[in-house]
Design a protein around this ligand. Structure first.
Ligand code: ZN
Length: 79
C-alpha cells in the first residue's frame, strides 16, 4: 500500500510529496530531500535539516517525532 506525505507534513518547508509503502521509506526520502536542499543552499529547509540531524542526539524528542509521523502515515488514505 503506497501513501503520500508532503515535505511540510514532515516538518519541512515545501509541498514536495514523498511516496512510500511505510513511514520509514518516507522518512528516508525526506532525509534525502533535506540533504539535497542543504547542498543546493536552500535556507528554507535549514531548520528541518538541523532538526533531522539533531534528532540522533535527542532520542526522546526524536521518538516523539517518529511516532507522530508513523501515526499520520497510518491515518492517511491510500494513494
Ligand atoms: Zn521540501
Amino acid at each position: 500500500m503506497v501513501k503520500t506525505m508532503s515535505c511540510r507534513q514532515l516538518g519541512g518547508a515545501c509541498e514536495l510529496e514523498h511516496r512510500g509503502g511505510t513511514a520509514d521509506e518516507i522518512i528516508v526520502a525526506q532525509d534525502r530531500h533535506l540533504e539535497e536542499a542543504e547542498q543546493a543552499g536552500d535556507a528554507t529547509h535549514q531548520e528541518a535539516r538541523d532538526a533531522m540531524r539533531g534528532r540522533w542526539r535527542r532520542p526522546r524528542k526524536s521518538l516523539d517525532w517518529y511516532n507522530g509521523v508513523k501515526r499520520t502515515f497510518a491515518e492517511l488514505p491510500e494513494g
